[in-house]
Each structure stands twice: as structure tokens, then as C-alpha cells.
Write a protein that binds this ligand. Structure first.
Ligand code: TYM
Length: 330
């Protein structure tokens, strides 16, 4: 089984990223050959600061190891270190429909918020399709907000296969049972997000304990006092229940049962404790890893070498099937 996922190095990572991303990476690495990628090429599709990108790339790599990726088991690397990704994106743009790209909700939302809309923001899902398809990926652990992009990757794979012959495995998305879409604590109608969210409603993975506690305690809740999961009537409490499942490993039903008869105040304070207990060891490991930049860079260099080797045969196949001549050895 081949596993691939990617995560952007821009912005501070939050509990939503942990739920849909990091924790699923650590869990799925046990199931086969796993590749996890810091997708720095994706991060230039929105206005960015070069110095910031450099720092954030290393921060994110440290966080990936701190949340449980094992460098002996998983290949962790930076997208721009493996040039096959940019090449694959160009080749796949020939089998990606302009109309389908225009229907991507993330593109529409982000384009609306910006005056300058880069071409890269529009073609972003083609790069993502290349990331996944280069590794003959079977499963892609992601959060719910990436569902539409994953569907597009599947369509691209199928179109390429039918036009040029069987080349790609058609990948399948893997979503968490609960916590696939962690919502903003202040605006529980919106997902927790680096770019569009409210910082008070976003739990960052590096928030100190007192900040986490304050954010959870001031979370917007619904009328009534029952701790029950009800996405129509109780979006705020349902979100806190899902956050509890992420932090404690319980199911939604187990959390509901444990807090039967408890009030919102007590529930919130226990959710806060559980999140603090989840984040503290991650933060400790993160600080240690981040101190040794040279070692992190060595780990990423090893990851890049392995990824280059793994991606090369598929890229060659793509060029060949599409009719490109290839340089012969000198
Ligand atoms: P990114 O960097 O925005 O997010 C990384 C992961 O976090 C998940 N996520 C969430 N999960 C639950 N609740 C939330 N509120 C929440 N917010 C974010 C995302 O679903 C994602 O799994 N396009 C991708 C990066 C990418 C990629 C890939 C992913 C590039 N190439 C190939 C998979 C495979 C992105 O921007 O994720």
C-alpha cells in the first residue's frame, strides 16, 4: 500500500491540521510505504514572504516529526527538492479541464478575497494531482476540505489512463471518522483555518496551555445545556465534542455518555485539559527538533533522495506515453 499526503508550510498550524493531517499521517504510516511532503510550491500561490517561507518549511518539518512521523518508516521531504512535482503538474495540465478547476470552492473563496489572483491559485489542484499520482498512491489521508481536490486528482488520473494507457493508480481519500472538519471556536459555521479564520477561534498547535484554555472556555456554544452531537442544532457543542474525540481518542458516543448531565462549563474545562495534554508533549518534541537545523536539513535531504528515486519511473512513463523524446546518455 502506498500512502501520500502534503501540507503547506505557510501560516501557523492548528488543531484542524492535526486532526485531518498530522494524526492521520502518523496512523497511516503503519500501513505501507508512506510519503509526506511539505508542499512549498503550493505556498507561493498566495502572496508570501520569502524569508518566512524558508523558516516555515523547517518549522513544519519539525512539527511532522514531533506529531509522530518516524523518519525510519516514512519518507518526509520538501516538494521543491523533487523537481518531478513541477514537471508532472505541467504534463497533467493537458488532461485537466479548465471548467473543473473553475468549480473548485477553495479557488472561488480565495479568489474572492484577493485583488491579485495568481494563475497558480487556479492551477493549484493540478500540482496536487501530480504530487499524489507520481507515487502510485493508493490512499491520501486528508481533511474534508481537500475532498474536492482529491476527486479532481482521481479524474485527472482516469483521463490520463484512458487517453495514454494505464499509467496511474487511482487514489482514494481517507478522512477521519470525527474531526474531518474542525470548526472555528468563535464562528462554528466556518472551518478552523490559517487564512480565513478568527485567531481567537483557532487553536494553534504551538499555543501555550493558558492560551488554549482561554480559547476553549470562550468558545461560542449553543442554547440548551445538553452535551450532544447535533450538527443542525448544536454546531458549537458538536465541534467541542469532536475536538474531545481528537484529543482523547474516544468516539462521539463515548464523549456524550461521559458528559451526560454535565454543564457546558465543566465540559469546556475538560476539553481544554485534554487539548493541553495532547499538545504539551508535541510542543516539547518540536522545540528539541527545531533547535538542530542541520539535522533537520539532513533528514529532509534523505527524504528528497528517496522521493526522487520513487517518483522517477512514473515521470518517465508520463513523458514516454505522451510522446516526448528523451535525451539519450552522452
Ligand atoms: P493544508 O496545508 O491546507 O492542510 C493540511 C491538512 O490539514 C487538513 N485540514 C483540516 N482538517 C480538519 N479540519 C480542519 N479545519 C482542517 N483544516 C485543514 C487538510 O484537509 C489537509 O489534509 N492542498 C493541500 C496540500 C496538498 C496535498 C497534496 C494534500 C498539496 N498536495 C497532496 C494531500 C495530497 C492543503 O493545502 O492542505
Amino acid at each position: 500500500m502506498k500512502i501520500f499526503s502534503g501540507i503547506q508550510p505557510t501560516g501557523a498550524k492548528h488543531l484542524g491540521n492535526y486532526s485531518g493531517g498530522f494524526r492521520q499521517y502518523a496512523a497511516t504510516q503503519e500501513q505501507g510505504e508512506a510519503f509526506f511532503c511539505v508542499v512549498d510550491l503550493h505556498s507561493i500561490t498566495n502572496p508570501h514572504d520569502p524569508q518566512d517561507l524558508r523558516e516555515r518549511t523547517l518549522d513544519l518539518a519539525a512539527l511532522m516529526f514531533a506529531t509522530g512521523l518516524d523518519p525510519e518508516r516514512s519518507t518526509v521531504f520538501v516538494q521543491s527538492h523533487v523537481t518531478a512535482h513541477a514537471e508532472a503538474a505541467w504534463l497533467l495540465s493537458a488532461v485537466t479541464s479548465y471548467g473543473q478547476l473553475g468549480r473548485m470552492t477553495q479557488f472561488k473563496d480565495k479568489a474572492e478575497q484577493q485583488e491579485f489572483v495568481s494563475a497558480g491559485l487556479f492551477t493549484y489542484p493540478v500540482l496536487m494531482a501530480g504530487d499524489i499520482l507520481l507515487y502510485q498512491t493508493d490512499i491520501v489521508p486528508i481533511g474534508d476540505d481537500q475532498r474536492q481536490h482529491l476527486e479532481l486528482s482521481r479524474d485527472v488520473a482516469e483521463r490520463f489512463n484512458s487517453r495514454f494507457g494505464e499509467t496511474f493508480t487511482v487514489p482514494r481519500g481517507v478522512y477521519p471518522e470525527s474531526g474531518a472538519r474542525v470548526m472555528d471556536l468563535q464562528q462554528p459555521g466556518n472551518k478552523m483555518s490559517t487564512t480565513g479564520g478568527n485567531p481567537q477561534g483557532t487553536i494553534y498547535l504551538l499555543d501555550p496551555p493558558e492560551v488554549v484554555r482561554k480559547k476553549v472556555k470562550t468558545a461560542v456554544t449553543d442554547s440548551g445545556r445538553e452535551i450532544v452531537h447535533d450538527l443542525n442544532e448544536k454546531v458549537g457543542i458538536s465541534n467541542l465534542i469532536e475536538i474531545m474525540t481528537v484529543a482523547s481518542g474516544e468516539s462521539i458516543a463515548e464523549v456524550e455518555k461521559r458528559f451526560q448531565g454535565a454543564g457546558y462549563g465543566q465540559f469546556k474545562s475538560e476539553v481544554a485539559d485534554a487539548v493541553v495534554a495532547l499538545l504539551e508533549p508535541i510542543q516539547g518534541r518540536y522545540r528539541e527538533l527545531r533547535e538542530d537545523t542541520a539535522e533537520l536539513e539532513r533528514m529532509l535531504a534523505r527524504g528528497a533522495a528517496k522521493s526522487r528515486e520513487a517518483a522517477a519511473p512514473t515521470l518517465e512513463k508520463m513523458y514516454d506515453r505522451m510522446g516526448f523524446t528523451r535525451p539519450k546518455g552522452v
